[in-house]
Design a protein around this ligand. Structure first.
Ligand code: PRP
Length: 211
């Protein structure tokens, strides 16, 4: 039996995923050692390997088959646009991709003005404004604290993730338009899905049973 390799997006997502795996009898004790600098963890008995990667890299590992399976947010899947199968909504990490800004920016959106849009997700923003809204905009890529952009005058609106809404609220911004709901998803390499169908399907079925 060959190893099945699972790539997890570093952080909260990985922790919740591992807790779910434990509930279906898949454990990886090695991974719990916080002081360890190891990058890859093995469960010899079940012939599974786990590794942690930066979220945007998870779909890349899965498309190339370096990981058979990945767990990552829907935002990253949409942004990266990799060829893979999205097989399961894990139901946690729920939030929304939104257009946000000061209330005054509503008019600019309504009138299809040429506005500047700051975001960590240029592909999602491009798809939304160009293909869905048919509005020409200038997209400015940022790497974090996106809410700053309309406050300091870099952009009129932002495209960003809204979970509780408190970051927007505390900065005097509002959700102006909702783009799509997001949550953690399981993705599978297209060849692995065929070659390891039995083991991967069992994993999906067990996880679905939990949900
Ligand atoms: C995310 C997102 C928002 C915030 C939304 O940022 O980009 O800024 O969380 O959460 P809320 O609606 O519950 O306030 P993150 O904390 O990941 O950091 P970043 O700004 O560096 O991307």
């Amino acid at each position: 039996m060959r190893y099945i390799t699972i790539a997890l997006a570093k952080g909260r997502l990985a922790k919740t995923t591992l807790a779910m795996f434990e509930q279906i009898g898949i454990t990886c004790e090695e991974m719990k050692d916080k002081d360890s600098r190891k990058l890859i963890f093995v469960n010899e008995e079940l012939k599974l390997k786990f590794f942690l990667a930066k979220a945007p890299d998870v779909p890349t590992y899965v498309e190339y088959g370096a990981a058979d399976i990945g767990v990552v947010g829907k935002d990253t899947i949409l942004e990266e646009g990799r060829r893979l199968f999205e097989v399961l909504d894990l139901g946690f990490g729920k939030c929304k991709m939104c257009v946000a800004g000061p209330k005054s920016a509503n008019d600019l959106l309504q009138h299809h003005d040429l506005i500047r849009v700051a975001t960590k997700y240029p592909n999602i923003a491009k798809d939304y404004f160009y293909n869905k809204k048919h509005q020409t905009v200038e997209i400015i890529k940022l790497n974090g604290s996106i809410e700053l952009a309309p406050i300091v005058g870099l952009a009129e609106v932002i495209v960003d993730i809204v979970e509780t809404g408190s970051t927007l609220r505390e900065n005097g911004l509002d959700v102006l338009e909702e783009i799509c709901p997001l949550s953690a998803r399981m993705v599978v390499n297209q060849v692995s899905m065929k070659m390891e169908n039995e083991r991967i399907t069992k994993l999906i079925t067990d996880l679905r049973g939990l949900l």
